[in-house]
Ligand binder design. Structure first.
Ligand code: 13P
Length: 290
C-alpha cells in the first residue's frame, strides 16, 4: 500500500474517539518493528523522523525511499503515514515534502505567534498542493527533544484559533506535556484542551506522551486528541533490553541476540500503546472506507 496522509488516519480517529500512534524512527530496527507490529495487528500508524536527527538517519530523500522500500519488502497493506516531526524551518519542511513525506509538522513554537502563523500559512499552501497534511504547534511543549531543552508554555485558546485559521490539519497545543522523562506527575490542562478542541474543531496532537498514564491518555482522547506522539519510551525500553542482553552475553560478540532483544522490547511497547490509544486493529475499517 502507498503511504497515506496523516489526515486520512487522524480524521476518522477524531470522529470515533481513538488516537493514531506516532512513533519516532531512531534507526532501521525501529522502522522495521513499527511496520511489522502495524501489519500484524492491522493497525494504522504514523512513523516519524525528527528534523533534529535527520542527518543521522540519512536525510529526507533516503528516509522517504527507505520507508517505501521497507513497506514493499514487508508486504505492508495497512495505512502508514510518513511524518516530519518538529520541522525546524520552512525550507526543511519543503525538502521533506519534495522527498515524498506525506505529513509534516512545522514547529514555529519558539517564534512570536504572528510569525508562527504566517510561516505555517505558507507551509499549508505548499503542503496541500502536494496532498500532504500539516501539523503546527502553539504554546511550547517542554523538556528535552534530542538535546533541545526548553520550558513548558501553555497554549492559549486565542493562539490556537489564530493558528487554526491557517488551514492546518492537526494542532499540537502544548498543555503541560514534556518531551523526555517527567520529573513528577504530568500536569495536563484538560479544561484548556476541551476549550481548544471546541474552538478549533481540529484533531489535537499530544506531544511528549511518554510517561503519561493511561487514564490521562483516555481523557485526552475523549476531549479530541487524535494523534499521540511517542519517542522516549520506545528508546528507553530498547536501551534497557539491549543493555540487559549485553550484560548477559559479555563474552559473545554476536550482535543478533542483542539487537533482537531491542526489537522485541519495541514491539511489545508499541502494541501496548496502540491498545491504550484504542487504535489496535482499526485498519480494516479504514481501508474499506478508502
Ligand atoms: P516523548 O519523547 O516524550 O515520547 O515525546 C515524543 C514527541 O512528542 C515527539 O514529537
Amino acid at each position: 500500500m502507498a503511504l497515506v496522509s496523516a489526515t486520512s488516519l487522524v480524521a476518522p480517529a477524531l470522529a470515533d474517539r481513538y488516537a493514531i500512534g506516532h512513533f519516532n524512527i531512531n534507526g532501521a530496527d525501529w522502522l522495521e518493528t513499527y511496520l511489522k507490529v502495524a501489519q500484524t495487528t492491522k493497525t494504522p500508524i504514523i512513523v516519524a523522523t525528527s528534523d533534529r536527527i535527520i542527518d543521522f538517519l540519512g536525510g529526507f530523500d533516503y528516509m522517504a525511499r527507505y520507508v517505501r522500500f521497507m513497506m514493499q519488502a514487508l508486504s505492508v497493506t495497512v495505512p502508514v503515514a510518513l511524518h516530519l516531526d518538529h520541522g525546524l524551518s520552512v525550507d526543511h519542511v519543503y525538502q521533506a515534502i519534495d522527498a515524498g513525506y506525506t505529513s509534516v509538522m512545522f514547529d514555529g513554537s519558539k517564534l512570536p505567534i504572528g510569525e508562527n502563523v504566517a510561516l505555517t500559512k505558507e507551509v499549508v499552501a505548499y503542503a496541500h498542493a502536494h496532498h500532504v497534511s500539516v501539523e503546527a504547534e502553539v504554546g511550547s511543549v517542554g523538556g528535552n527533544e534530542n538535546g533541545l531543552v526548553n520550558g513548558i508554555r501553555y497554549a492559549s485558546v486565542a493562539d490556537a484559533v489564530e493558528m487554526a485559521s491557517t488551514g492546518i490539519d492537526a494542532l499540537a497545543a502544548a498543555l503541560g506535556s514534556v518531551h523526555g522523562d517527567y520529573v513528577g506527575r504530568p500536569n495536563l490542562n484538560f479544561e484548556r484542551m476541551a476549550e481548544i478542541a471546541a474552538a478549533t474543531k481540529l484533531p489535537l496532537v499530544l506531544h511528549g506522551a511518554s510517561g503519561i498514564l493511561d487514564d490521562q491518555i483516555q481523557q485526552a482522547i475523549q476531549l479530541g486528541t487524535a494523534k499521540i506522539n511517542i519517542n522516549t519510551e520506545v528508546n528507553t525500553v530498547w536501551t534497557s533490553a539491549v543493555t540487559k542482553a549485553l550484560q548477559a552475553k559479555r563474552s559473545n560478540h554476536d550482535p543478533q541476540p542483542i539487537l533482537t532483544a531491542g526489537k522485541q522490547a519495541i514491539a511489545y511497547l508499541v502494541e501496548a500503546k496502540m491498545k491504550a490509544f484504542h487504535v489496535l486493529g482499526k485498519s480494516t475499517r479504514l481501508s474499506s472506507m478508502s
